[in-house]
Design a protein around this ligand. Structure first.
Ligand SMILES: *[C@@H]1O[C@H](CO)[C@@H](O)[C@H](O)[C@H]1NC(C)=O
Ligand SMILES: *[C@@H]1O[C@H](CO)[C@@H](O)[C@H](O)[C@H]1NC(C)=O
Ligand SMILES: *[C@@H]1O[C@H](CO)[C@@H](O)[C@H](O)[C@H]1NC(C)=O
Ligand SMILES: *[C@@H]1O[C@H](CO)[C@@H](O)[C@H](O)[C@H]1NC(C)=O
Ligand SMILES: *[C@@H]1O[C@H](CO)[C@@H](O)[C@H](O)[C@H]1NC(C)=O
Ligand SMILES: *[C@@H]1O[C@H](CO)[C@@H](O)[C@H](O)[C@H]1NC(C)=O
Ligand SMILES: *[C@@H]1O[C@H](CO)[C@@H](O)[C@H](O)[C@H]1NC(C)=O
Ligand SMILES: *[C@@H]1O[C@H](CO)[C@@H](O)[C@H](O)[C@H]1NC(C)=O
Ligand SMILES: *[C@@H]1O[C@H](CO)[C@@H](O)[C@H](O)[C@H]1NC(C)=O
Ligand SMILES: *[C@@H]1O[C@H](CO)[C@@H](O)[C@H](O)[C@H]1NC(C)=O
Ligand SMILES: *[C@@H]1O[C@H](CO)[C@@H](O)[C@H](O)[C@H]1NC(C)=O
Ligand SMILES: *[C@@H]1O[C@H](CO)[C@@H](O)[C@H](O)[C@H]1NC(C)=O
Length: 494
């Protein structure tokens, strides 16, 4: 038995059963355990002031280190308690067996100086757990990255941010600390906590096994770029449930850089973002398999459900360069993904942000000429209701055909309510970029096997409804095996 306890097991089984009852899909839910009589220490006893001016780093880190030693000694978890107060800190290192218990009215405030973070940019987090097991964060309080302190120019279109790129630690305009990171961890539980104002990505899960994130809210500034909600990378068995994410950049964003990502379930969430609410990619060097997104509300976002598969089959290179190597993965391919019971509204925002109000958006266009396209198959969209300012975009590529895609009981309503101009198709990043093209209810290219059953498209009656063109727009030569069963188009009856 793992040292962490049973509190949540019942709840998990409940969710698991509910999902298994309603779906024949896919994901295995992680079960994390937690003991009744936790050990506990308070940062106050280590001299943390909680006054928000002086750095409390040393006190907090000592508390964590002692707590970790006790946890190891007694084979159970140990909580580091933060009483109400503001705890200004440099990077904190979370250790195996330790749960941060940030109480209501307590805030961990990330430092805003370069010297508050370690030398290597990959480790720039306010809270970082590396190679740890049975770790977590809870308590009802807040971790705050002071993201607004990193804005060099406020701009309603898109803020301009500080970038610590003169240090040589990284280049470009994305050199800022992330908020919370779990790297190479097992049995991670994050619950009853609020993550606010990240300067860059908010919650980053990298190469982890068995992660549960529930009853968690994330707030990022709506005009700030790159403040993603949850980025899950190369990780297996991840559960996200009962979350609220309101942020400028992508909200839930699975990626693969060095190994596949299997079994991610996200349910019962509310999302608003100026980018994609759910986005697979664009880092997509390895496979995504067994993902389920269920009962999610996406409100006034720039894009709803998105797959941006840019990198494709990585083993291809090995196959070519080292044909003797026996590689038999499903690298770069995306399969067995279900989106169900999702209510979406998507609208236009400034075109500095990727997205053009598409409720569903899929592309496999390769990142650049050296990339190989990944394929997408066995993708299901069931019980979806969307109101949007633009249509659905399903765009495979020559080497990355979309196959076995099913839309079942999908109700699409089209309406314009902002003043942004339409008529642009957005292939960014890279590829053809922004392209002028008429606005269709459903745009298709490079597809082999698309099944629409009980799908409706309704247009709001508008004076200038010439901005909408055909319900279906496709290049016949690249689209095959499309089946329409009970497909309806008409006017939107209020
Ligand atoms: C779709 O909705 C119907 C009616 O609410 C429900 O019975 C069915 O289980 C749902 N399907 C999925 C895959 O959630
Ligand atoms: C994903 O879930 C399936 C079904 O429960 C399970 O068989 C498989 O081992 C899981 N994959 C990983 C990588 O844990
Ligand atoms: C993940 O959870 C599953 C199911 O409880 C368990 O069998 C497995 O050992 C866990 N994996 C790790 C790495 O702890
Ligand atoms: C938190 O702060 C609010 C407002 O100041 C106060 O009403 C409440 O009692 C505090 N709760 C705790 C647990 O300190
Ligand atoms: C990870 O932790 C395990 C046990 O705690 C240890 O044996 C191993 O050396 C650590 N690996 C790294 C890369 O730190
Ligand atoms: C969240 O934490 C607060 C105390 O900080 C507690 O009162 C509340 O019950 C917790 N909620 C859940 C769902 O665990
Ligand atoms: C460094 O960051 C600034 C601010 O975002 C940006 O304007 C500049 O181009 C970056 N410089 C380099 C060399 O990447
Ligand atoms: C996730 O599962 C895949 C498939 O089994 C495996 O190749 C990969 O190493 C696993 N990742 C982690 C972090 O355990
Ligand atoms: C769907 O999620 C919402 C929270 O976003 C929750 O209130 C509701 O109970 C969930 N419905 C089901 C059927 O789980
Ligand atoms: C991945 O997709 C490509 C292109 O569709 C296909 O040729 C390849 O066989 C797929 N690989 C696996 C293991 O499914
Ligand atoms: C979808 O959400 C909107 C509000 O954002 C609400 O008006 C509408 O009734 C919801 N539709 C469904 C089918 O739940
Ligand atoms: C179709 O999906 C809607 C939600 O979008 C749901 O209310 C309705 O029950 C579903 N109908 C069927 C027949 O599953």
């Amino acid at each position: 038995m793992n040292p962490i306890t049973t509190l949540i097991r019942i709840e998990y089984l409940f969710i698991a059963l509910t999902l298994l009852q309603s779906l024949s899909a896919t994901s295995r839910l992680s079960i994390l355990q937690r003991c009744g009589d936790d050990l506990s220490v308070s940062v106050a006893d280590y001299g943390a002031t909680g006054r928000g001016r002086r750095y409390d780093t040393v006190a907090i880190q000592s508390a964590i280190d002692d707590c970790a030693s006790s946890a190891a000694l007694h084979l159970r978890t140990c909580q580091v308690h933060f009483p109400p107060g503001n705890y200004l800190t440099a990077t904190l290192y979370l250790k195996s067996g330790v749960v941060l218990d940030v109480s209501r009215n307590a805030t961990i405030l990330g430092g805003t100086r370069l010297q508050d973070y370690p030398e290597k940019q990959e480790k720039w987090y306010v809270v970082l757990a590396e190679n740890a097991s049975d770790v977590g964060i809870t308590g009802g309080g807040e971790i705050n990255g002071q993201g607004l302190e990193f804005v060099t120019r406020f701009d309603e279109r898109k803020n301009v941010m500080v970038s610590w790129n003169r240090t040589g630690a990284c280049s470009g305009d994305e050199c800022r600390p992330r908020l919370v990171g779990f790297i190479d961890c097992e049995n991670v539980r994050i619950w009853n906590i609020s993550f606010n104002q990240p300067a860059y990505w908010c919650l980053h899960i990298v190469r982890c096994q068995n992660t549960s994130i529930h009853d968690t809210s994330i707030y990022g500034d709506f005009n700030t770029p790159n403040n993603d909600g949850i980025d899950i990378e190369d990780s297996n068995n991840t559960l996200i449930t009962r979350c609220t994410i309101d942020t400028g950049d992508d909200a839930i964003c699975p990626k693969t850089y060095n190994s596949p990502l299997h079994n991610l379930t996200a349910t019962n969430c509310w999302i608003r973002t100026k980018s994609s609410a759910i986005k697979l990619g664009s880092a997509s060097w390895y496979a995504f398999r067994g993902l389920l997104f269920y009962n999610i509300t996406i409100f006034e976002s720039h894009r709803g459900l998105a797959l941006q598969i840019r990198d494709g089959d990585q083993t291809y290179y090995y196959k070519v360069s080292e044909p003797s190597l026996d590689v038999c993965g499903d690298e770069g391919n995306v399969s067995d993904i279900t989106f169900s019971n999702i209510n979406i509204s998507t609208r236009y925002y400034d075109e500095l942000w990727w997205g053009r109000a598409e409720p569903i958006y899929i592309t496999t266009c390769p990142r650049d000429s050296s990339s190989r396209a990944g394929s997408i198959s066995n993708l299901r969209f069931i019980n979806i209701t969307a109101t949007s300012e633009n249509g659905v975009f399903l765009s495979g590529s020559e080497g990355g055909v979309l196959s076995n895609i099913k839309l079942h009981n999908v109700s699409l309503s089209y309406k314009r309510w902002t003043d942004y101009t339409g008529g642009l198709v957005d292939y960014r990043p890279g590829c053809q970029g922004l392209v002028n093209r008429s606005t269709a209810g459903l745009m298709m290219e490079h597809i082999d096997g698309l099944d629409l059953e009980d799908v409706s498209m309704r247009w709001a009656e508008e004076k200038n409804n010439k901005q909408w063109n055909n319900p279906l727009d496709f290049l016949p030569s690249t689209v095959n095996n499309v089946s329409l069963l009970n497909f309806y188009t008409g006017l939107w009856q209020k």
